[in-house]
Design a protein around this ligand. Structure first.
Ligand code: HPA
Length: 263
């Protein structure tokens, strides 16, 4: 079913933004597909409202379904706006990343606690004028802690209950893409304090914060970042780590969604 909605009933569901390797959520029974128009343009696709193993959830494929929108062309503003319009109470972003520091090897899952934004030229704020509309309200949100701590803890507790190893920290360095980094760029990221590098973590986290939506990132390392192994990065290697690690990501989501509903 496809519905053109302006504002759907705010049911307070958890929203999942699926990244590479998660363009659809297995086990999600689609109740409604919401084609939501936003002042910021079109989201990556319809927001799927569904039932995930007995629990209501919202799902949006960040890169479209099938995967066709590169990281620098994702309309992050429209995506987060649409999820809020659909009634999201919180957002979990699932992101494929490269591992920089020793705990973050391929197929490892991490729940980052900080982010550094190296992206540019993306629609990264709601606090700018659209057409003739004047800006209203706060323009400088606090972003000291970019990820919602209780959502992070809920993800880590869900991982523990399912016996999925998940690293409970990580500084996420968000790069522009779509190319991967040079070895020197990764050395610089490491010097800056980054544990992980990915192309989609920002501006998503900041936009969620601007909308007042609790947000956390579930990162799956799919390769050692450039220069951190003895070989160059191949799509085969990424595919393998995705296949290996995605079952853990799905187990965590399965576990966390009912827990969040109850909280
Ligand atoms: N760099 C940036 N983004 C990524 C990587 C990487 O090595 N792997 C997966 N997404």
């Amino acid at each position: 079913m496809t519905a053109d909605v302006k504002v759907a009933a705010g049911a307070g569901e958890t929203a999942i933004v699926g990244g590479t390797g998660l363009t659809e959520l297995e086990g999600l029974a689609v109740v409604q597909e919401l084609a939501i128009d936003t002042p910021w343009g079109e989201p990556s696709g319809p927001v799927v409202r569904g039932d995930f193993r007995g629990h209501p959830v919202l799902f949006l494929a960040r890169h479209g379904h099938p995967h066709h929108i590169p990281p620098h062309q994702v309309n992050y503003r429209a995506n987060l706006w649409a999820l809020r319009e659909a009634g999201a109470a919180r957002v979990i972003g699932v992101n494929a990343v490269g591992g920089i520091t020793s705990a973050m090897g391929p197929a490892r899952i991490a729940v980052p606690h900080q982010v550094i934004d190296y992206t540019w030229g993306r629609g990264h704020t709601y606090f700018e004028q659209v057409g003739d509309a004047l800006l209203e309200g706060v323009t400088h949100i606090d972003f000291t802690f970019p990820y919602d701590e209780s959502l992070r803890q809920a993800l880590l507790a869900a991982a523990a209950r399912r016996q999925v190893m998940a690293v409970d920290y990580g500084v996420y360095g968000a790069t522009q893409g779509p190319r991967l980094e040079s070895a020197a760029e990764v050395t610089r990221l490491e010097r800056d304090g980054c544990d992980l590098v990915g192309m989609t973590g920002m501006p998503e986290a900041a936009l969620a914060a601007e909308l007042g939506l609790p947000y956390a990132c579930l990162a799956l390392s799919v390769n050692w970042a450039a220069g951190k192994s003895d070989h160059i990065i191949t799509m085969e290697e990424i595919g393998q780590a995705l296949a290996e690690g995605m079952s853990g990501v799905k187990a965590i989501l399965e576990e966390v969604i009912p827990a969040l509903k109850a909280s």
